[in-house]
Design a binder for this molecule. Structure first.
Ligand code: 5PR
Length: 391
């Protein structure tokens, strides 16, 4: 074990090459740079920006974001939903999570906050730089044939990770599911203004086939709509949103559905899980969806990626030896991550949330996870209501 400053045994700052400027890649870059690492972050696109709609950040992610100093900006820019209300066939079935510390925010806003924090921490962000692989000796391989040598190379390049696929000694189990989701941001209409609308509402219908609208206010002027259907329902799996097919099923949401039909920048994704073991080979490691893509059914995919990214930097800080740190890190995170993947897959397959009262203390275990890097003060500032505790 070393002290809290990352200089390794030689006294030189350690360096990381990171592939992918999504949430996990930005987070691990910030966390390492703040601990004295020299970090270069490669993004294949010509701009660093997020494509996508909205996101929930649970307590586990907020604690991790506290560690890297980004949580105050999330609290200032996002919405803390008062409750998570479920409705089935137009009838309310439950209202949960009152007082639970979680936030909703748009993906572009979260991304911009992380990019600003990365720059402030001294991370060098290189755009138009595509990673095609890595080697266990700590080399990042770029599309132009360059090999960049580092103390640690990090694949944060998403569910289709080229870094992961280049590392031969990993096992991967990938699975696709029958559901998919269209995600859009809409302007917040007059009828959904006011603090009484600052709550998540999960509207389900199951007959003749499951369709669901997850309504999540993400700020004063934007609502995130997650519109789920089976992929065999082609009209309900399209972008732009098919206003007719969605408003027939959700007549009381006709205004919001009409706005969804005009939304730009929406996308459709099919649910998938990707379980990788181990998460590292030598001096190459995977974070985020590259390591553990999961079904979005519990809204935990990004949160788990953010937690594991911060914890990776924290654990590397505690050990001189990178390999030892990677082993300890995976031991700390593995069971929580596996449980999140398994539970969100179960929720997706059974659609249990439609029945209401689905956020049992057991289901909330991932969201309640406290990373080792969190301080007691951080933890105390995100109290969990009695009803949501499993301890
Ligand atoms: N929860 C959240 C979400 O974004 C989605 C789901 C659940 C926060 C869809 O992306 O079940 O599909 C879901």
């Amino acid at each position: 074990m070393t002290g809290s400053f990352s200089a390794g045994s030689t006294g030189h700052p350690r360096c990381a090459e990171v592939a992918g400027a999504g949430f996990a890649g930005l987070t691990v870059s910030i966390a390492l740079a703040r601990r004295g690492w020299t970090v270069r972050l490669h993004e294949q696109n010509d701009e660093v920006r997020d494509f996508g709609a909205g996101i929930l950040l649970w307590r586990n992610a907020m604690l991790a974001l506290e560690v890297i100093g980004v949580a105050p900006a999330i609290r200032a820019n996002g919405v803390a939903p008062a409750t998570y209300d479920t409705s089935l066939n137009g009838e309310p079935v439950s209202s949960e999570l009152a007082g639970y510390p979680y936030w909703a925010i748009t993906r572009p806003r979260l991304h911009a906050l992380l990019v600003a924090a990365a720059r402030a921490a001294g991370v060098e962000i290189v755009t138009g730089s595509r990673a095609v692989g890595a080697d266990p000796e700590g080399g990042l391989l770029l599309a132009d044939g360059t090999r960049l040598a580092a103390d640690l190379v990090i694949g944060a390049d998403g569910a289709g990770s080229a870094v992961r696929n280049s590392l031969g000694d990993l096992t991967q189990e990938r699975k696709k599911y029958q559901d998919g989701v269209c995600r859009v941001l809409i302007p917040r209409p007059e009828e959904f203004q006011g603090p009484e609308w600052d709550r998540v509402i999960d509207f389900w219908t199951l007959e003749p086939d499951p369709m669901r609208i997850l309504f999540i206010p993400t700020g004063p002027d934007k609502i995130y709509m997650g519109m789920m259907a089976t992929t065999t329902n082609e009209r309900a799996s399209r972008i732009p949103i098919d206003v007719e097919v969605w408003s027939e099923r959700f007549p009381h949401l006709a205004t919001a559905v009409r706005l969804a039909g005009r939304a730009e920048g929406g996308r459709h994704d099919t649910y998938q899980t990707n379980r990788v073991t181990p998460w590292s080979i030598g001096q190459a490691v995977l974070v985020g969806d590259a390591a553990h893509a999961m079904c979005p059914a519990l809204g935990q995919g990004a949160s788990v990626g953010i937690v594991n990214a911060v914890e990776l930097a924290h654990t590397l800080d505690q050990y001189d030896d990178v390999g030892e740190a990677l082993t300890v890190w995976e031991q700390r995170e593995r069971s929580m991550t596996d449980a999140a993947q398994a539970r969100s897959a179960y929720m997706a397959e059974t659609r249990t949330l439609a029945k209401g009262s689905g956020f049992t203390p057991e289901v909330m275990e991932t969201a309640n996870f406290v990373l080792a890097a969190a301080t007691p003060e951080n933890v105390a500032s995100y109290p969990v209501p009695e009803a949501n505790r499993s301890w």
